[in-house]
Ligand binder design. Structure first.
Ligand code: CA
Length: 338
């Protein structure tokens, strides 16, 4: 090979290298641009009324964030399950941003590996919902736990619903279920509505600081809400509006705001013990606002004049939150403008 040939080969390799480098830089620039600017463009209304709080834990070890709430003393709580092995977790964020991880245990002291879909703090207790149960923790134990500690539930309350999510107001605790194709619910939860057949329920329980686990005894629903498909979170606002977070997979999420005030739409029997409670049907006749949001919205709670919302899109399981439009922090929505 002559010196001239070597020189031509070197120039050719240099050109290819530069082209590949420029191509990579363009891809990176497009990705960063999409992450930074696409969300606020595609979901303008959502970003316009949302501030972002604590970052969902995202250490690449399989945590899938689900539930969000805030304690009376101001700590943000985020719960979720592990994709793979390991106990489900509860993260505590102090007002100054300090993060504490708690590994959940069953009442028997074994690692709790069940789903931890919803969480709400009310008075002296913290409730985590899953599979027809509200698992109960003492708020003081949660707040005093050192980082990395294991904490066992002090008890549980059986609820007549799949318990995918939960929330609380000053006087009520709400627990409800997700329904969609492949996620079946109790046949008795079918309700005909103006928006078609609903198959999911959310029940409200009265809080009572003197009752067992902070609930009015005997612990039983006092109100029922017929909720739409794909509900992942539910909260009642002080002005009577009802917020439902709906999502499934990578489709757009929706926050539906209903007028929950006025006369109920009927009655419902939550169990087979004859108890009948008022039922509010959250269909199009009560719908006041439909807010399109990024994929994978989850659990809700109304705290400090804002709607707290969890997202599971930040999890390693779902592209490690690297997909554009993934929300990786607790969303805090200002809903003062109707
Ligand atoms: Ca909640």
């Amino acid at each position: 090979m002559t010196n001239t040939t070597v020189s031509i080969e070197k120039k050719r390799s240099g050109r290819i290298f530069r082209k590949v480098l420029v191509g990579l830089l363009v891809v990176v620039a497009v990705y960063v641009g999409a992450c930074l600017f696409l969300g606020p463009v595609v979901y303008r209304e959502f970003y316009g009324l949302t501030q972002f709080g604590a970052a969902f834990p995202d250490r690449g070890d399989g945590f899938v964030p689900q539930g969000v709430t805030k304690t009376e003393s101001g700590e943000t709580l985020v719960c979720g399950y592990m994709n793979g092995k390991g106990a489900s977790r509860l993260y505590v964020y102090s007002a100054d941003g300090k993060e504490t991880r708690i590994d959940l245990e069953t009442q028997d002291g074994a690692p709790y590996t069940g789903h931890a879909g919803g969480i709400t703090a009310a008075g002296a207790y913290v409730y985590i919902s899953n599979a027809h149960k509200l698992f109960v923790l003492k708020a003081a134990d949660v707040l005093n736990a050192p980082d990395g500690a294991a904490l066992a539930f002090v008890g549980h309350v059986d609820v007549p619903v799949n318990a995918s999510y939960c929330s609380s107001s000053d006087s009520m605790l709400y627990v409800g279920e997700f329904h969609d194709d492949g996620y079946e619910t109790d046949e008795a939860h079918k309700v005909e509505t103006a928006s078609g057949t609903y198959q999911a329920m959310t029940f409200g329980y009265k809080l009572d600081p003197t009752g067992e686990f902070g609930l009015l005894q005997p612990a039983a629903p006092t109100v029922a809400y017929a909720t739409p498909d794909s509900a992942q979170g539910f909260a009642v606002l002080p002005d009577g509006r009802v917020a439902v977070s709906c999502s499934h997979g990578f489709r757009d999420s929706h926050l539906y705001l209903y007028d929950g005030s006025g006369e109920p739409d009927g009655t419902f029997k939550p169990g087979d013990d004859g108890l009948t409670v008022p039922m509010v049907i959250l269909d199009e006749t009560r719908l006041r606002r439909d807010l399109k949001m990024p994929h994978m919205s989850e659990d809700l709670d109304w705290r400090d004049g804002r709607l707290m919302m969890g997202f599971e899109a930040g999890a390693l399981k779902f592209g490690a939150g690297l997909l554009p439009l993934s929300v990786r922090r607790v969303a805090l929505l200002d809903l003062s403008t109707r």
